[in-house]
Design a protein around this ligand. Sequence first.
Ligand SMILES: C[S@@+](CC[C@H](N)C(=O)[O-])C[C@H]1O[C@@H](n2cnc3c(N)ncnc32)[C@H](O)[C@@H]1O
Length: 210
Amino acid sequence: MKTSSVLAAYRRYAKVYDVVFGKVFETGRRRVVSQINHMPRVQRVLEAGVGTGLSLGLYRHDLQVVGIDLSVEMLAQAKRRVARHGLTQVKALDVMDVQHLTYPDDDFDVVVAMYVLSVVPDPGQALAELIRVCRPGGTVIVLNHFTAETGHMGPLIQRPLSRFSNALGWRPYFPLRPLLDRANGIEVGPVHRLPPFGMFAMVEGRKTTS
Ligand SMILES: C[S@@+](CC[C@H](N)C(=O)[O-])C[C@H]1O[C@@H](n2cnc3c(N)ncnc32)[C@H](O)[C@@H]1O
């Protein structure tokens, strides 16, 4: 995955994203935000790769949500949505690379990346950054399509598709285990498979150290 290809892909997708990808990803988005909304002692939330902001209206109104995205065009759609719906829980929407966050260590109570890690060039670095800016005891949530590690169908179909990653703007072959093996300073909880067909998984971790 090259950053230039990702930027080009999301420049193309920005205006049609909600129609094409809105529904497919909706169950996961709702599940993740509902989980956050039910957490006690949470104020500052970072959503990395916020895209067109389809999740933003789902957050509790007393939260302080900061969204970042690499794509100016996707973020412009998110800004329009925030203005249109008066989403006062959204405190900032910034152009930023999840692999190089400009926030200080331990800055957020919850950090979340939905359908993002499979589109960045270095998912391990992105996850390390998400963990860094989360406070000790805080929560890191990753929601993504992950290649099933049991059975042969996932790798068999998805691995050959990997050569189209740059054109697609995401990685078809994306197993979870290697990503988690590189994650330090976090205690990983159970993996929840989500519809459709358990294609997506939500993984929640608790930051253990500063
Ligand atoms: C599949 S979309 C998901 C958008 C949104 N989270 C959703 O649920 O619909 C992936 C998003 O990640 C963004 N993105 C890609 N690479 C990124 C990076 N390195 N840093 C931050 N955002 C990135 C893209 O611009 C795009 O908006």
